[in-house]
Design a protein around this ligand. Structure first.
Ligand code: F6R
Length: 258
């Protein structure tokens, strides 16, 4: 494993490049463990998707082994399709329940669901941000990176001050999402996501990216200009609150650093 802080000052983010997916997953789980060791009732958000599967396996293992107490954490779901409920086949909340929330036996009262089925979704989204604020803000946000540079469902066009809100999904994102259900699920055209602005206020942000297929968007996010075309490019604004964990494939297009 190589781990390096970037050279241009204490306020900058770190990039850690690991040799295996297991290590990437363990480091992401470490961020969760450290956060809850410091503050057992911390508010946190963790992503869905392929990348965090190993992290969730490791978190469940730690909980089962008594190494991690998740019972007081305030878990905020990151994003889900507009109008969906956990009864729908295509529901990230349902995915999260199966992969983590149920095996981790999280008290239902500590889980905050994205209000995708609210009668007034925009108002409910603003309410979700208030709920996060009422818990003291996000202590930790672990996020993945979409092939188009999205963070959560902050699709291209999203900016660094964007609150939690309803967004239009790009066709490529809908196709990426459909693959989680073997292409069989019908993915809605809109979603609700914790806003990039809300994520950027988190006390600790951990970006996990795996695989050479994301090397180019990782390079654009970390070394390209800040642009709404690549929402991931705004993460650097978090400075030292941002930790990037990559495997060799995902890091393969980054410039060499001293
Ligand atoms: C999912 C989410 C997305 C994913 C991203 C990467 O909750 O917010 O931003 O993190 O699309 O997905 P995977 O890990 O499947 O490549």
């Amino acid at each position: 494993m190589t781990s390096e802080g970037l050279a241009d000052g204490p306020e900058t983010y770190t990039v850690t490049v690991v040799d295996s997916y297991d290590l990437l997953s363990a480091l992401a789980a470490d961020a969760v463990s450290e956060t809850l060791a410091n503050r057992p009732g911390a508010a946190l958000t963790l992503p869905t998707g392929d990348t965090p599967l190993g992290m969730y396996r490791e978190l469940v293992r730690r909980i089962d082994a008594g190494e991690l107490d998740f019972s007081q954490a305030q878990f905020f779901c990151l994003d889900d399709y507009l109008g969906s409920t956990p009864d729908d086949e295509a529901s990230l909340t349902r995915w999260l329940k199966q992969v983590f929330l149920d095996p981790a036996r999280l008290p239902e009262a500590n889980v905050h669901y994205v209000p995708t089925a609210a009668a007034d979704p925009q108002a409910a989204a603003a309410g979700y941000d208030r709920e996060i604020a009422a818990c003291g803000g996000l202590e930790l946000a672990v996020v993945g990176l979409g092939p188009n540079g999205h963070i959560g469902f902050n699709e291209p066009g999203s900016g660094p001050d964007d609150p939690t809100r309803v967004v239009d999904l790009q066709p490529a994102t809908r196709a990426q999402s459909a693959a989680y259900w073997d292409g069989k699920a019908d993915i809605p055209a809109q979603a609700m996501t914790i806003g990039l602005g809300t994520i950027l206020q988190a006390k600790r942000i951990v970006l996990i990216v795996s695989g050479a297929g994301k090397a180019e968007i990782v390079q654009k996010s970390l070394e390209g200009p800040e642009t709404t075309e690549v929402p991931g490019s705004f993460l650097r604004r978090a400075g030292s609150r941002l930790e990037v964990i990559l495997d060799q494939g995902a890091a393969s297009k980054l410039s060499p650093r001293q």
